[in-house]
Design a protein around this ligand. Sequence first.
Ligand code: S3P
Length: 440
Amino acid sequence: MSGTLLIKNKIKKFNKKIKVTGDKSLSIRWVLLASQATGKSRAHNLLMSEDVLAAINSIKKLGIKVKIYKNHCEIFGNGINGFNFKKNLTINAKNSGTFGRLILGLLIKSPKKIKLVGDKSLSKRDFSRITKPLQEFGAKFYFIKKNKLPLSILGSNTVKGINYLENKGSAQCKSSVMLAALSSSGTTSIKARKSRNHTELLFKYLKIDIKVKKTKKYDFIDIKPPKKIPAFNYQIPGDISSSAFFIALTTLTDDSKLLIKNVNINSSRVGIITILKKMGAKILLKNQKNYRGERISDIFIKSSKKLKAINCSSNLNSSAIDEFLIIFLIAARAKGISYFKDISELNQKESPRLDWGSKILNMMGVKTELTKDSIRIYGQPNLKIKKIITIKNYLKDHRIFMMSTIAALTCGGEWRIHDKDSINTSFPTFLNIIKKISNK
Ligand code: S3P
């Protein structure tokens, strides 16, 4: 916990063009898959944040050579299960739930015990959601505290594909099992609630034998292990989850316009755009193109004076899972009462985000009705905050910090937002971009 941001004034109108940093989900997946490929893989625009560095440092400890240059990163994979390391190894996932869960899928054959640790926030999160299916493959897990980090994993020599039902809509669980399938004999069959599908798209691009059948609620995925994975280069597109804060900033600032270049608008990630457009936000997708199964676009946003409340369909939950805090802020400025349901998963994130979202809106003078899995937000289009608001979330919840910053810049009042360094986990240039937008 360090650094406090002080904001006393709203942002003035702007008309700017920006670029956000690389997609976090794709960056971590590239690191992990490149570590299993044979030969030299290269990534451009890899997100250089603490979460991705935790992944890079861990695969280095697992015996993989990595070279980081100014503009790109190279990973020299040793093939599937090519990790090579000493006894009593500890790897540190720091704040990253995605890396912490996905790496376990690559360790199910590890002949030596490996300890996985994380920071205070990650050590509060549930790991049984992934150790349970990985046990089915034959891996053994040792916990000190029930279902929480630190844990140790010992792999098994003979791992066979499993049938797995993923019922939470968690891409981390689905992807971890998919990575485990790479080194398991036979077919792994997954029935998964809808969630982001980057791992599926990367497997397809790498010509791994994967079949995906989509129904309305579930995806049915069959994977057969490949003999090897070719080394591959990747140009990581901008992160929609980072862009979301600037989409909100522009929507809520009078007479403003913003163009965000080259963002991944994969349909499993764009719930924020669908939801905000339904609420009256002015968002346009320009220059769309395909890239290795992903969809990339520039995003053009104009301020919106007439935002209306939404009764949000839970079908949109998975594609907006990381964006709800900023969506709640928009709802706080919309006309009418917004309602979001079936979102208990938000309380499983870096900090309990559903509770925190409600708490911050209340501090702003916005009425909410909160249950374990839903929130009603009584919007105030003319909200003008006149008091001092202090945000003390010390769980490195970068999205709490960034949502609070956008609230301060668009709703007024005097804000002291603690834990500034949390942005380094996902979006280290966040405040630099704010500065760039603020400068005339
Ligand atoms: C992620 C999946 C989501 C998301 C996280 C990144 C991923 O978590 O919240 O920020 O890259 O797979 P869950 O899978 O737990 O929903």
